[in-house]
Design a protein around this ligand. Structure first.
Ligand code: PLP
Length: 376
């Protein structure tokens, strides 16, 4: 990234990445077809334990087309955790469907008890939710052992939003391997980037083929442009796939480094009373995409605001947690099942700089500033 600013999670390209992109350019495969795309898809499928993958222009597009494939219709209800990035909810809206928000558990992911409560108390006059999108927040696996049986029991289709979770694992398998399909993101600040891009990974061959077809403008296999369905221009370019393919080669190193950064933060911050770091749930291993620190409101009122402002004075970027969807003006009328956990996390948490190039000294700089703020 230009300048000396310390960013939250800046993309970085190695000499190898640059060489891979240049080679793709020289190869003449500049379109959304080519050997790098195929290889990127094959490797991403392998990393997520899936049979098929379709590279797309964004993770949001991956969610949208996955939902479309499982048959989401206008007016349908889709369960999502309230604590997530807006894209999870927007993808539901693109299909004319309605996101329904459930609160989070102690792993900060979709709470199985809240899912059960909302399904069991669903008004009889209203069509039941037909799909759910558990999110692996900041790279931590959701509690699939608890979630999946409930969702299966109610015939709710599951699409995993693994946009933040690539390289992390649940005891049952890698993130990206849960549900009918999973959406990955390669946006600029994610753990692996194509500067912008996404992917659907699935074991369903027909689903992969259909999504590939829709994403290439629903072109029928005829010598002229024939369309039986409305299409989308959602495919990733081969040049960007070359970048993704090169970045994917070092995914496990990226994960180990991010976990190391989180550990450095933990050593510096967790000795302070009332401060904790989001760590791995008992059922899996996070990729620690972002380190998130939590400051108890009782001890440190308004800590996120004060910390973000103080870090900004030193040209260090930090952020609030995702603002819960049920608090968003655009979703003020949507149904929700809330326990107060997401609201509390939003009030208490700060996402700290977690870029792979950070050193222990960088972490020390950040934590020294944080300590000076909360010791005030
Ligand atoms: C980044 C992100 C997305 C969207 O991915 P894009 O590639 O930016 O479209 C979806 N869900 C979550 C949880 C994300 O963090």
């Amino acid at each position: 990234m230009p300048g000396s600013r310390m960013y939250l999670s800046p993309p970085h390209a190695t000499d190898e990445d640059v060489a891979a992109v240049v080679a793709a350019l020289r190869s003449g495969w500049l379109a959304p077809v080519g050997p790098d795309l195929r290889e990127f898809e094959t490797r991403a499928a392998a990393v997520t334990g899936r049979q098929h993958a379709v590279a797309l222009s964004s993770g949001t597009a991956a969610l949208q087309l996955s939902l479309k494939y499982v048959g989401i219709q206008p007016g349908d209800h889709v369960l999502i955790p309230t604590l997530t990035f807006g894209a999870t909810a927007f993808a539901v809206c693109y299909l004319g469907a309605v996101p329904v928000f459930v609160d989070v558990d102690d792993s900060w992911n979709m709470d199985a008890a809240s899912v059960e409560a909302i399904l069991d108390s669903w008004p009889s006059g209203l069509p039941m939710p037909v799909a759910a999108i558990p999110v692996d927040l900041y790279g931590a696996p959701a509690d699939y052992d608890s979630l999946l049986p409930i969702l299966v029991k109610h015939s709710v289709a599951v699409i995993e939003d693994a946009a933040e979770g690539l390289g992390a694992t649940h005891v049952q398998g890698p993130l990206g391997s849960f549900g009918r399909a999973a959406a990955l993101s390669f946006n600029g600040n994610k753990i692996i980037t194509t500067s912008g891009g996404g992917m659907v990974v699935t074991d369903d061959e027909e689903m992969a083929a259909k999504i590939r077809f829709w994403a290439t403008q629903s072109r029928e296999p005829l010598p002229w442009y024939e369309h039986e369905e409305v299409g989308f221009n959602f495919r990733l370019s081969n040049v960007l796939a070359a970048l993704g393919r090169s970045q994917l080669n070092r995914l496990s190193r990226e994960v180990e480094k991010r976990r190391q950064i989180r550990l450095w933060y933990q050593e510096r911050l967790e000795e302070i009373d009332g401060v904790e770091i989001q760590m791995d749930p008992t059922w899996g291993r996070s990729n620690a995409w972002l380190t998130v620190a939590r400051f108890s409101t009782e001890r440190y009122p308004n800590a996120p605001h004060r910390i973000i402002e103080a870090l900004e004075k030193f040209d260090i970027e930090s952020r609030y947690l995702w603002k819960p969807m049920h608090q968003q003006p655009v979703f003020r009328d949507n149904r929700a099942h809330l326990t107060g956990r997401a609201d509390r996390l939003f009030r208490e948490c700060v996402c700290l700089p977690s870029g792979t190039l950070m050193s222990k000294d960088d972490v020390d700089r950040v934590t020294t500033i944080i300590r000076s703020v909360i010791d005030d």
